[in-house]
Design a protein around this ligand. Structure first.
Ligand code: PLP
Length: 415
């Protein structure tokens, strides 16, 4: 581990902690919109989390950021990984994770995912497949799979920053709690049942610790109830990060204490699977102002990034702090809006210093669910991603072109 918990590793990196000069250079060289991911901050976040949970296995929820450079960094630091699809599982192996450190969580998996997962498990026998329905168990058996299996349980408690990310009590995810024990014991006849899993939702804050505690306690109880030797109990991720500049950082020690307390005595390893906590504040989105419009009801600042670049504000009403890079002058309340022809294509209201066409803006906490959720709606090419590590910079995803946007389109031949 290259970073320790100290003054050099603060619990949060704010947008104001980044270097304006570096932002300016990156935008000049790579153009905008541009994601910037700092690998050193990823290491720091992992080190802090691993130190708070010294007896647990930390699995990075890859869905937050699958850039190869990020995965390789976490692999070297000693993290394990949780993948939400066969595609993510492939990326984990390509980044060097050993099978033992990879969990694939199958949510209503298309057949193609299960086919691939079974092939991958043959090559990497340590791979664990987490299932959330009896049907998925049957479908794995039909494919001849009898390897490591974990059961996703619906704990009946959810947590998180928005109703759309509170998965814990959503029937879509996991088998009902009161059916889990019998299903686990049945599955143990045909598979190597190694663990149980639950995830309350995303964005656990101090206010939501009660729900987290409840989830963990139910999982501990279940593990003690069943007549199986489990290797691990996975209590999910969802550790929140402060998106507002005034929000306090998550008190990781309290979360870790509450988790240990609630789990109780268990002869199985605790697994946590954070996504955003490891990468959110390691990333910033840079975007340029192309339009400044004084409308009667608001000053609108138009930028070259939109909901196709960073969808969280449109999807979850999420707040991402924005500041003007290197600008000073009178702060003006502005609505920052993108180039997509949708009224939800806005990043909200921000105080920006004397907004002027050509200004560079930095959008904070963009390292998690940013590039991952980018789309080509309105035929917009996806942005580029650069990674920085100390003084070094490298391109992790090149900027797409219009040719990329139409690359899969074929001329229809009627039959
Ligand atoms: N684990 C599972 C099963 C999830 O569905 C998610 C997020 O959707 C996570 C972990 C990670 O959540 P977060 O990025 O909020 O930590």
């Amino acid at each position: 581990m290259s970073a320790t918990v100290s003054a050099d590793n603060p619990p949060v990196r704010r947008l104001s902690d980044w270097s304006d000069a570096r932002f300016g250079d990156l935008a000049d060289e790579y153009d905008t919109p541009l994601y910037v991911i700092d690998l050193e901050r990823v290491r720091e976040n992992y080190a802090r989390l691993a130190a708070a949970f010294p007896d647990a296995d930390v699995h990075f929820a890859a869905k937050a950021n699958t850039s190869r450079a990020v995965l390789e960094t976490l692999e070297v630091e000693g993290a394990s990984i949780e993948c939400a699809s066969a595609g993510e599982t492939e990326r984990a192996f390509a980044a060097g994770f050993e099978g033992e450190r990879v969990h694939y969580t199958a949510v209503n998996p298309p057949g193609i995912d299960l086919d691939r997962a079974v092939e991958l498990a043959a090559d990497h026998p340590g791979l664990t497949v987490t299932v959330g329905a009896a049907d998925t168990i049957d479908r794995l058996a039909e494919r001849g799979y009898d390897g490591r299996l974990c059961l996703r349980v619906n704990p009946g408690v959810g947590a998180g920053h928005h109703e759309k990310v509170r998965t814990g009590a959503d029937a879509k995810f996991g088998v009902p709690y009161d059916r889990a024990a019998s299903l686990l014991e049945l599955a143990a006849d045909d598979f190597d049942v190694v663990g149980i899993h639950a995830h309350a939702g995303s964005g656990i804050s101090g206010d939501d610790l009660g729900n987290h505690r409840e989830l963990v306690s139910r999982m501990g109880e279940l593990a003690r109830t069943i007549d199986l030797d489990l290797e691990f109990v996975d209590v999910g991720g969802g550790f929140g990060v402060p998106y507002h500049p005034d929000d306090p950082p998550l008190d990781l020690e309290s979360v870790a204490d509450a988790t240990r307390d609630a789990l109780g005595d268990l002869d199985a390893t605790l697994v946590v699977e954070p996504g955003r906590y490891l990468v959110a504040d390691a990333g910033v989105l840079l975007t340029r102002v192309n339009t400044v419009k004084e409308a009667p009801e608001a000053t609108v600042v138009g930028v070259d990034a939109g909901m196709t670049t960073l969808v969280r504000p449109a999807l979850y009403d999420s707040y991402h702090h924005i500041r003007s890079v290197g600008a000073d002058g009178r702060a003006v309340e502005t609505t920052v809006a993108g180039p997509i022809c949708e009224s939800s294509d806005t990043f909200g209201t921000h105080l920006l210093a004397d907004p002027t066409r050509g200004d560079l803006l930095a959008v904070g906490n963009a390292g998690a669910y940013g590039y991952e959720m980018a789309s080509q709606y309105n035929s917009r090419p996806r942005p580029a991603v650069v990674v920085v590590d100390g003084d070094r910079t490298g391109v992790a995803h090149r900027r797409e072109t219009h040719a990329d946007v139409i690359a899969t389109e074929t001329e229809v031949t009627w039959e």
